[in-house]
Design a protein around this ligand. Structure first.
Ligand code: PEP
Ligand code: MG
Length: 572
């Protein structure tokens, strides 16, 4: 199956169908003579879950008090034993002639509808328990009991999901899966970006994977080609095992470049920074020789939790990063919440989230929240070199307002006698076409800029980053994009202001020389790509890159652009 490759490399493992499973169960017909078997299969699943719940009782180790845990387990056993759960689906198997999973789903939908009509809040809240029990039964039907996988199993597991939110993927950072694949997702959706930072081979936008793949099937994930192979024969399997070894060997070799400076053949020094989502990501930034942090996506501190991080908690996170990166510069982007990154509780459904109250717009609408973050960043600036980066600016008034709020935060620290870097630089993300076209005015007010090509491409080409149906239209080589990039970079260089690219294209070695040719000298990308891009820079000649890039910028037709980019990359 073909999709969009997220991170390079090859993973081989067994499929584990990810949760939200109840929404995605397969539906197929059962012939009349097999109905009895199907009903017994359902009975066996109920028995297995019952055993599982009994065993749960035996190994009370969690922090839930024993009495509360007992109540929870007993409640789940009662739900399991209730005829609406343990018997009704068998009648559905019989009447509809369908598989047990589907019958369970039909019955669950029916039960959940009843729940929605209950006025008593306590009873209505039991809906979640019914759902959890149904999930356990479903997993048992699919041959996977509810226990969490052990590490060994994880390392051979390919997670198969219909869709994953950026929040889901952040949780994966605690695991060590071999790879993952999803039906939905675009090349630069935040889910994909976080996935890339996990540095495990993954493919998104496969459309039908979750429905067609069965639990435990062997899967080859070729993250470079954006391809997966389900249930391969032995010849294909051994071929990919060889390719996998070669790829790992290549990665090992790249590690040798870690301490080398990123210098072109003709002697230009290039700065290669890391994009991080969480303070823990500093480890891989250092491992891959990052010069500094070019983009800290702080909104991830706000996700996967029921409350908001306090000023002190944020301060600790920022200080941890700046201390761990020693003397390097850390660019902290103020939170880019909204659109596909909503903290719990802020679930306003906007008619068009990407065009709605996101990033700086949300900060200006919630100045108290912004103030807290600004104080936390400023306080951390006393412990190392920090810069503040404002996302999604679209007009100069927003810059004025943001600068005003930063001045207010500084003032409040002055009053409290709290130290901070008084010369802290303030920069802006250029990721809305309006900002790109007004770049001169922006540069007058900002100390530095960073180009967010993921959004710049989304907003210029009018393609939703999260929508797999338009993922094929994502095109960094579109003449409009190339012109905007060249326009921004030249303007910043002329104004003598530092400019970086921190969107996903910064980590694409096929685009490195083009950006060099436009005059870019600072790149920021996921740590996993740093060494590949460094290798490309070490073999690049700036004069040649500049000459061919000029021709590319004059070209009108995509085919001509493609030809010239190939020529640009042909050497070495
Ligand atoms: C971008 O838009 O290119 C960017 C770097 O920011 P994000 O991907 O977090 O929107
Ligand atoms: Mg962006």
């Amino acid at each position: 199956m073909h999709g969009t490759g997220v991170s390079g490399g090859i993973a081989i493992g067994r499929a584990q169908l990810a949760s939200h499973a109840l929404l995605e169960v397969a539906h197929y017909s059962i012939p009349a003579n097999k109905i009895r078997n199907e009903k017994s299969r359902f009975d066996r699943a109920i028995k297995s879950v019952s055993k599982e719940l009994k065993n749960l009782k035996k190994q009370i180790t969690s922090d839930i008090p024993e009495a509360e845990f007992e109540v929870f387990v007993n409640l789940h056993r009662m739900i399991l034993e209730d005829s609406t759960v343990s018997e009704a689906p068998k009648n559905i198997i019989e009447s509809m002639g369908c598989n047990a999973e589907w019958a369970l789903k039909v019955q669950l939908d029916h039960l959940l509808e009843q729940f929605s009509k209950i006025e008593n809040t306590y009873l209505r809240q039991r809906e979640a328990d019914v759902r959890q029990v149904a999930e356990r039964i479903l997993k048992a039907l699919l041959g996977r009991p509810g226990d969490s996988p052990t590490k060994n199993i994880e390392e051979n597991t390919i997670i198969v999901a219909h869709d994953l939110s950026p929040t889901d993927v952040v949780l994966f950072k605690q695991h060590k899966f071999a790879g993952f694949i999803t039906d939905l997702g675009g090349a630069t959706s935040h889910t994909t970006i976080v996935a890339r930072s996990l540095n495990i081979p993954s493919v998104v936008a496969l459309h039908q994977a979750r429905t067609l793949i069965r639990e435990n099937e062997i899967i080859i994930v070729d993250g470079t080609a954006g391809l997966i192979i389900v249930d391969p024969d032995e010849v294909i399997l051994s071929e990919y095992e060889v390719l996998q070894k070669q790829w790992l060997l290549g990665q090992q070799k790249l590690k040798r470049l870690r301490r080398n400076r990123a210098t072109t053949i003709d002697g230009a020094d290039i700065e290669l920074n890391a994009n991080i989502e969480l303070p823990e990501d500093v480890a891989s930034a250092k491992e891959n020789g990052a010069t500094g942090v070019g983009l800290f996506r702080t909104e991830f501190l706000f996700l996967n939790r029921g409350d908001l991080p306090s000023e002190d908690e944020q301060f600790e996170a920022y200080r941890q990063v700046v201390r761990n990166m020693k003397s390097s510069c850390i660019t902290i982007r103020t939170f880019d919440l909204g659109a596909d990154k909503q903290p719990e509780g802020y679930t306003r459904v906007a008619p068009n989230p990407a065009l709605g109250q996101r990033a700086i717009r949300l900060c200006l609408a919630e100045p108290q929240l912004f103030h807290q973050q600004l104080r936390a960043i400023l306080r951390a600036s006393n412990y190392g070199k920090i810069r503040i980066l404002i996302p999604m600016l679209s007009n100069v008034h927003e810059i004025d307002q943001a600068l005003h709020l930063i001045a207010e935060a500084k003032e409040s620290l002055d009053i409290g006698g709290i130290a901070y870097d008084r010369k802290i630089e303030i920069g802006g993300m250029i990721e809305v076409p309006a900002a790109a076209l007004s770049i001169k005015a922006f540069l007058k007010k900002l100390d530095f800029i960073s180009i967010g090509t993921n959004d710049l491409i989304q907003y210029t080409l009018a393609i939703d980053r999260t929508d797999d149906a338009v993922a094929h239209l994502y095109d960094p080589m579109h003449p409009a994009i190339l012109h905007l990039l060249s326009h921004i970079i030249s303007a910043a260089n002329r104004a003598n202001k530092s400019v970086a690219v921190c969107g996903e294209i910064a980590g694409d070695p096929l685009i490195t020389r083009l950006l060099l040719g436009m005059g870019l000298r600072t790149f920021s990308m996921h740590p996993a790509h740093l060494l590949t891009v460094k290798q490309k820079i070490l073999t690049s000649d700036l004069r040649e890159a500049t000459a061919i890039t000029k021709k590319i910028l004059r070209a009108q037709h995509p085919d001509r652009i493609e030809y010239l980019v190939r020529k640009l990359n042909a050497k070495f």
